[in-house]
Design a protein around this ligand. Structure first.
Ligand SMILES: O=C(O)C1=C[C@@H](OP(=O)(O)O)[C@@H](O)[C@H](O)C1
Ligand SMILES: C=C(OP(=O)(O)O)C(=O)O
Length: 444
């Protein structure tokens, strides 16, 4: 059952039981303006909250993940005013004004993994809670690193998991070890807090790191706020210092854009997303464009826009490593149904720890369509097929709902249970599909 407590006041359609989709009468065609990146929004909000001075962040995402970030920071005494898609944040310089209380991170991995370090760098005692799924998602390595740095943590349910009480007395600094094979967010969470330690920190990565571009995104944004991280082999040196308030403009969310590009690819349509620069972005899901080209689509990477034109015959018959951009595993799994040969997706074992066990969940749902799917420990192979009508479960996962809904652009009789879960990153997703000509009928 979906965890409705994690839906924020910025969610939509939360009371809706299911949505029935039908293919558009004509090819999907249009210009889509995508809201700000989830990853950039929550990094910028936390950096601005820790900075000296008042920041203006333009182009924020208004979704559940950003809401829980803003709400937690406000509970810590930070003044944040949201005006449309801008947030004005009065930073605290690292000393959180409210030194005790309860914080709720919802289902947002970025908030769950970025706040503990930022808190531990200050002084106070806070209880941190998250969604039901957040209690199962990994965080042990991050919290162990913070305990070694001086934080005291009491676990309220399971050891080394949400919820917990964090007693913060500042970070010691020095050498910190962190593995990055389960989540890159552990590394980003430590990096964001590191300048506020009593001495400079050297962060040593142990083993391989998945989705490393998100770490680079963190480093780039830290530098925008005035702190330069030095990188060497598998370690980072972060000088002690303070962030300085900034006025910044955020990029649109590339992960959300991917569903619309995939919609064009699958229907032989044409979609232009605006406000983005494919060559400059640090968001790794931009890689989908290369895969769409490989599948036969035509892609224009323009100045300030991307345009994808679909093809009558989508080419499959390849293997892809999703290690660097695994949020799009589900999108490609769905595209593969309509390709001319199977597609094998690998190196994504970590997505079993995301909003749901995404590998198991996508295999379960695709099999309801009576198509052939093979589950592997680190991914799946999807064979081309003709989906039969079915009600598909979103598993309380925005990416499951958004990816599965694309099937309804090509096949009749597709319905998605709990469409409201898309509010984690794109509350108006289904309205956008409707604007592109798809049939979208809600039933409560
Ligand atoms: O740092 C970030 O903004 C993110 C990192 C990735 O998570 P993991 O590294 O935990 O897989 C990604 O899947 C998530 O959507 C956003
Ligand atoms: C894994 C995701 O989110 P989170 O930030 O909660 O980890 C995601 O958006 O696909």
């Amino acid at each position: 059952m979906p965890d409705m407590a994690a839906r924020s006041p910025w969610s939509a359609n939360s009371g809706i039981k299911q949505v029935s989709l039908s293919p558009p009468q004509q090819q999907v065609e249009g210009i889509v303006r995508i809201s700000g990146s989830k990853s950039l929004t929550n990094r910028a909000l936390i950096l601005a909250a820790m900075a000296d001075g008042t920041s203006r962040i333009n182009g924020i995402l208004r979704s559940d993940d950003a809401y829980w970030c803003i709400e937690s920071l406000q509970r810590l005494g930070i003044s944040i005013t949201v005006e449309g898609e801008s947030a004005i944040v009065a930073g605290c310089g690292g000393d959180w004004p409210v030194k005790e209380g309860e914080l709720y991170v919802g289902a947002a991995g970025t908030v769950a993994r970025f706040l503990p370090g930022a808190l531990a760098a200050g002084h106070g005692s806070w209880t941190l809670r998250g969604s039901k799924r957040m209690e199962e998602r990994p965080i042990a390595h991050l919290l162990t690193a913070l305990i070694n740095q001086g934080a005291e943590i009491r676990f309220l349910n399971q050891e080394h998991a949400y919820p917990f009480i964090l007693e913060a007395r500042g970070l010691k600094g020095g050498r910190v070890e962190i593995p990055g094979h389960l989540s890159s967010q552990f590394i980003s969470g430590l990096l964001l807090a590191a300048p506020y330690a009593r001495q400079s920190i050297t962060l040593e990565l142990q083993g391989s790191t998945i989705q490393k571009d998100y770490v680079n995104m963190t480093i780039e944004l830290m530098s925008r706020f005035g702190i330069r991280v030095q990188e060497a082999d598998s370690s980072y040196s972060i000088p002690a210092g303070k962030y300085a308030a900034q006025s910044i403009e955020l990029e649109p969310d590339i992960s959300t854009s991917c569903y619309f590009w995939a919609a064009a690819a699958m229907t032989g349509g044409r979609i232009r997303t605006e406000g983005m620069d494919a060559a400059a972005t640090r968001q790794p899901d931009i890689e989908l464009l290369d895969v769409l080209e490989q599948m036969g689509c035509s892609v224009t990477r323009g100045i300030g826009y991307v345009e994808v034109i679909g093809t009558a015959r989508l080419r499959g018959g390849f293997e892809l490593s999703m290690e660097r951009w695994s949020d799009q595993t589900l999108t490609i799994a769905v595209l593969a149904l309509f390709a001319d040969a199977p597609i094998r997706l690998k190196d994504a074992a970590h997505i079993r720890h995301h909003e749901c066990d995404r590998i198991a969940a996508i295999c379960t749902e695709l099999r309801k369509l009576q198509v052939k799917v093979e589950e592997h420990p680190d991914g799946l192979t999807v064979y081309p097929g003709t989906p039969v009508p079915a009600v598909l479960d979103s598993h309380d996962d925005h990416r499951m709902a958004m990816a599965l809904s694309l099937i309804g652009l090509r096949a009749d009789g597709i319905a998605i249970f709990d469409p409201g879960c898309v509010s984690k990153t794109c509350p108006d997703y289904f309205e956008r599909l409707r604007l592109l000509g798809a049939g979208v009928d809600y039933s409560s």
